[in-house]
Ligand binder design. Structure first.
Ligand code: BJW
Length: 223
């Protein structure tokens, strides 16, 4: 079984989503072009880095919720997530593929390949790469950027071969990640969607649970 998750998985922990009014979605108040694009970072690296550091401190203060714990308690489930937080890891999940990167690492914005772990509770200020002098940036995937090759290849493989895909807390509007749902479906998997609202995944669902992940997943998966 594959669990393909999005921001709604972490919403009950107190992490805002992107497009959801009920959970103070980021993109309702902030411009993704300024904060989550290479062009935005080039225009004002310190603004973008400071915004990510605020999110890092927030994530350091919140805890995995019942949905993270239910997924982690099932070692037979491969987690493919769009989330950049570390809540599935902290819940003890065995296999987590992060399609949009992670907040726990900074990487060079140039091509030198330098990476550095970052403590979420105490992230450093914006700074230059010690190797090549370009800016360091969070190791996340912004609009217009390619997804990490290894994570993407592994995710595609898992989605082609799974029997069931659990789609949890995603609007399924951002590609290529959202395309994994159709990929699994076309390879014969049953699609189970968990979301309090209809989403782009609804049309592909064999079963849809209209509810919060923290309430539905423990019931569905045990735990
Ligand atoms: C609950 C709940 C509860 C609430 N329980 N549920 C094809 C068609 C159209 C456009 C494109 C296309 N292919 C590519 C594009 C362009 C673009 C894109 O998709 N744009 C669309 C928005 C139109 N994609 C890209 O640019 C991607 N890159 C790319 O294509 O590169 C091409 C390339 C190839 C080779 C070389 C170079 C380039 C990259 C996309 C990167 C997305 N990045 C972000 C930011 C990451 C860093 C950060 O966090 O700041 O990723 S954007 C944001 O959206 C974030 C998320 O991971 C992603 C998905 O959002 P998600 O998780 O679905 O959140 P929401 O808020 O939308 O939905 C939450 C859901 O939860 C809702 O449904 C709620 O109801 C539900 N919910 N509470 C369960 N308690």
């Amino acid at each position: 079984m594959v669990a393909f998750s999005g921001a709604g998985l972490s919403a009950e922990s107190g992490v805002p989503t992107f497009r959801d009014a009920e959970t103070q979605g980021f993109w309702l108040n902030y411009d993704p072009g300024k904060l989550a694009s290479p062009e935005g970072f080039a225009a004002d690296p310190e603004l973008v880095y400071t915004w990510y550091n605020e999110r890092r401190r927030n994530i350091a203060q919140v805890q995995p919720n019942a949905a993270h714990r239910a997924l982690a308690a099932r070692p037979d489930i491969v987690n493919i997530t769009q989330n950049i937080d570390d809540l599935l890891h902290r819940a003890g999940a065995r296999e987590v593929i992060q399609l949009h990167g992670t907040l726990t690492v900074d990487r060079c914005d140039g091509k030198c390949g330098y990476e550095e772990e970052v403590a979420l509770h105490d992230p450093p200020a914006a700074r230059e790469c010690p190797v090549c002098g370009n800016w360091l940036r969070p190791a996340v995937v912004w609009f217009g950027e390619a997804l990490p090759m290894e994570a993407w290849t592994e995710a595609e493989e898992r989605c082609r071969s799974c029997e069931v895909m659990l789609v949890v807390g995603t609007a399924a509007e951002v590609y290529p990640a959202a395309g994994l749902i159709g990929l699994s479906k076309s390879c014969g998997a049953r699609i189970i969607v968990v979301n309090p609202h209809a989403s782009q995944a609804s049309a592909l669902a064999d079963i849809e649970f209209c509810g919060k992940a923290g309430e539905v997943l423990p019931m569905l998966l045990g735990g």
